[in-house]
Design a protein around this ligand. Structure first.
Ligand code: ZN
Length: 202
C-alpha cells in the first residue's frame, strides 16, 4: 500500500509557513514503515529538535483506479479517518533551502500515526470539522470547507500519476496551528466530537 500526503491544502497553514498557495495539489509520499496504528507511542527521532504535529483527515482508497475523472473520484474512497503528518521542521527547512526532497523530514519511522476510520455514507464531505488536542488543549482546528483542493480533486490528480490501489491512504493536508511536540505529550484527534486518534509522545 501507498501513503500519499497533500501539502499546503489549507491556505492559513500555507501562510503560517510562508508558502504560496499552490495551483495544483502538492503531493508527497511516505513509506508504510511510517505508519503508527492502534494508539502506539510515537518516539521522537534523534535527528530533529523540532518535530511538528500536523493533524489531517485521511481517506482510504477501496477501488483500483488510474486516470480517474474528478466527477467519478467519490467512487474510489468510502472511509475517512484522522492521522498526523509528523514533520521534522528543522530538517525540512534545511532540505528545502538546498532544493532537496523532503523525504527524510516526513517519511521517517512513525511519522504517520493513523487512527480509526468511519464510513462517509451520509456525511457532507464539504463540511467536516476536525481538531487536535495536545495535553487536553485545543491546538489545531479545521473544516473541509477551508480546503484548497477537495478530496475528489486530490484523488483525480494523484491518479494521473500513480495507480491507486485498495488500501492506499491519502493524508489530505493540515489546517493552521502546527507546532512542536515533546516527550510526554498526549495527542488526541477528533472528527466533530468523536475521538478518532490518541497516542503519546515518548
Ligand atoms: Zn501535512
Amino acid at each position: 500500500m501507498k501513503i500519499f500526503c497533500i501539502g499546503r491544502n489549507y491556505s492559513e497553514h500555507a501562510k503560517e509557513l510562508g508558502n504560496a498557495v499552490p495551483e495544483n495539489p502538492v503531493v508527497f509520499a511516505k513509506p508504510d514503515t511510517a505508519l503508527l496504528k492502534n494508539g502506539e507511542d510515537f518516539y521522537l527521532p534523534s535527528f530533529s529538535n523540532d518535530v511538528h504535529h500536523e493533524i489531517e483527515l485521511v481517506i482510504k482508497i477501496h477501488k483500483v483506479g488510474k486516470n480517474i475523472q474528478e466527477k467519478f473520484a467519490h467512487n474510489y474512497y468510502n472511509e475517512i479517518g484522522l492521522g498526523v503528518d509528523f514533520t521534522a521542521r528543522d530538517l525540512q527547512a534545511e532540505l528545502k533551502s538546498k532544493g532537496l526532497p523532503w523525504e527524510l523530514a516526513k517519511g521517517f519511522d512513525g511519522a504517520a500515526p493513523l487512527g480509526n476510520f468511519m464510513s462517509i455514507e451520509g456525511v457532507d464531505l464539504s463540511n467536516i470539522d476536525f481538531s487536535l488536542k495536545k495535553n487536553g488543549k485545543l491546538v489545531q482546528q479545521g473544516n473541509t470547507a477551508q480546503m484548497i483542493f477537495s478530496f475528489d480533486k486530490i484523488v483525480s490528480f494523484i491518479s494521473q500519476y500513480f495507480t491507486l490501489k485498495v488500501g492506499d491512504l491519502i493524508y489530505t493536508g493540515t489546517p493552521a496551528g502546527v507546532g512542536s511536540v515533546a516527550i510526554g505529550d498526549k495527542l488526541e484527534g477528533f472528527i466533530g466530537s468523536n475521538q478518532m486518534l490518541q497516542f503519546e509522545v515518548k
